[in-house]
Design a protein around this ligand. Structure first.
Ligand code: C5P
Length: 221
């Protein structure tokens, strides 16, 4: 138990990539270290929140003091989010694979010389952020999504916020030149009802602390 502005409040954070199996030894995935999601979960726990941390296979270890639920696929991530029960705020920082292999093989696909190359057919994964945002009962009071963009960041993220139905979007420019992907710093724009608010470039930990403080403000207002 940690005393703080969020003590006694249940929140949920998704983080890391999802892995979508091709066969028992191969998968497709998004690039995601899990660093930003992990920092957000830690910052929320530091403010006293009761945090459920649903994470795909990330590079960084989960923070201490949170309830960790480990998943592999997008479908498992959605199930874990639903199973976590009602929360006051949910932050969707996971880099979820948009597609899964339609019928993953249960045995290893063999490489045979002269045989035709395998062709992968995809099926669409559930959009976890949109699913939770559009819930008519039991929707968290505050739903926060991310938008990694490479151009027209604010315009794309504003459209994404409307499409997904979430309350806030933290948008960032992940063009290779920014060095944000896989780096320790982030430069984000917070998109809300009130418009777009530019945050200076700072450590991912500082972004997480600032977001956690804003969430505490919104939930305790
Ligand atoms: O559509 P896009 O992937 O750019 O949206 C990013 C936001 O949506 C992130 O908050 C991400 O966690 C969430 N998302 C999700 N489920 C998906 C795809 C994205 O929760 N299948």
């Amino acid at each position: 138990f940690t005393a703080g502005p969020l003590s006694g409040r249940r929140v949920l954070v998704t983080s890391g990539p999802t892995h979508e199996p091709i066969d028992p030894v191969r998968y497709i995935a998004n690039r995601s270290s899990g660093a930003q999601g992990t920092a957000i979960a830690r910052a929320l726990a530091d403010l006293g929140a009761d945090v459920t941390f649903v994470t795909g296979p990330a590079d960084v270890p989960p923070p201490a003091g949170v309830e960790v639920v480990r998943v592999e696929t997008a479908q498992q991530m959605l199930e874990a989010v639903e199973a976590a029960g009602p929360v006051e705020a949910a932050v969707f920082a996971a880099a979820v694979a948009d597609w899964r292999v339609a019928s993953a093989s249960t045995s290893k696909i063999k490489k045979q010389s002269g045989a035709p190359l395998p062709v992968l057919e995809f099926a669409e994964n559930p959009d976890i952020l949109a699913t939770i945002s559009h819930k008519t009962t039991g929707r968290p009071r505050l739903v926060v999504g991310f938008a990694a963009e490479t151009d027209d960041v604010v315009a794309h993220a504003t459209a994404k916020r409307a499409r997904k139905g979430c309350d806030w979007i933290l948008a960032n420019d992940v063009s290779p030149a920014t060095g944000i992907m896989g780096g320790t710093e982030n430069a984000v724009v917070l998109i809300s009802d009130a418009g777009a608010e530019d945050w200076p470039r700072m450590d991912k930990t500082a972004v997480a602390q600032r977001l956690a403080a804003r969430i505490a403000e919104a939930l305790t207002a």
